[in-house]
Design a protein. Structure first.
Length: 251
């Protein structure tokens, strides 16, 4: 059966390096804050808030933290391991922070140890593995279309807080406007506008959870034209106003 083996919530200071190691069980590490690099097997990934790594038993992995990082990690056994045994990579949580909320529920059960907590933890592990499988499908690698499109995506990842028009991005790619939009959607499975909006929303969420900035300042720093537009889009995509999102339990 699926079962939790260990759970630990901790912080690593700036420039902490966790040497290459492996476990005899599955491990999931959720990064609440921080940045750095993790090597899983032979592949390097960039750590950022809202990302999480999944490692199968006996897969070597390490971590290098550039700044102070807060993380929660668990070890678990998965009965249906064929579904997750080959993931071994870093993922981004979804817009509802599904994995984050599950991890916090597990931590609460683990800490409070109310009657039946052991069974509840094992049920949560089962739910967690199912959600990981769903997210793995959403995090499918983007199909390559040459360096031009990849360059534009890298530019968007770094400059999403600026006001960037799709026309400008198309010119950068060297494709026509319509061809660029078509290739981008075929590759990323969302439009360029949706891609930028998703990046802005995720950044805004991190500011809401980690700072006390006013909503208007968060809207501006995240790349939205005005705070009313930000609030409308935020509620449409999350079901919550920015203030309610900031005040929610576990936030």
């Amino acid at each position: 059966m699926d079962r939790l083996l260990f759970l630990f919530h901790t912080k690593h200071s700036k420039n902490t390096y966790i040497q290459l190691h492996q476990h005899e069980c599955y491990e999931l590490v959720y990064y609440f804050t921080g940045s750095g690099i993790t090597n899983i097997g032979s592949t390097s990934y960039t750590i950022k808030p809202g990302s999480f790594s999944v490692m199968s038993p006996r897969v070597l992995h390490d971590e290098q933290h550039d700044v102070e990082s807060e993380l929660l990690f668990i070890g678990f056994h998965c009965e249906n391991d064929a579904a997750i045994q080959n993931l071994n990579k870093l993922f981004e949580d979804d817009e509802k922070n599904t994995i984050r909320q599950l991890m916090l529920r597990m931590e609460h059960e683990f800490t409070e140890q109310q009657e039946g907590f052991f069974d509840m933890l094992n049920l949560l592990v089962q739910e967690l593995t199912t959600q990981i499988q769903r997210l793995a499908r959403l995090n499918k690698p983007m199909r390559p279309y040459g360096g031009r499109l990849r360059y534009v995506m890298n530019f968007m990842d770094e400059h999403f807080r600026q006001h960037i028009s799709v026309e400008t991005l198309a010119k950068m790619s060297g494709y026509s406007y319509d061809r660029f939009r078509h290739l981008f959607k075929e590759t990323a499975e969302i439009s360029p506008q949706q891609y930028l909006q998703r990046k802005r929303l995720e950044y805004a969420k991190s500011l809401l959870l980690q700072t006390q900035m006013p909503i208007s300042e968060i809207a501006e720093k995240s790349g939205f034209v005005k705070d009313s537009q930000f609030c409308t889009i935020f509620k449409r995509e999350t079901g919550l106003t920015p203030l309610k999102f900031r005040r929610q339990p576990g936030g």
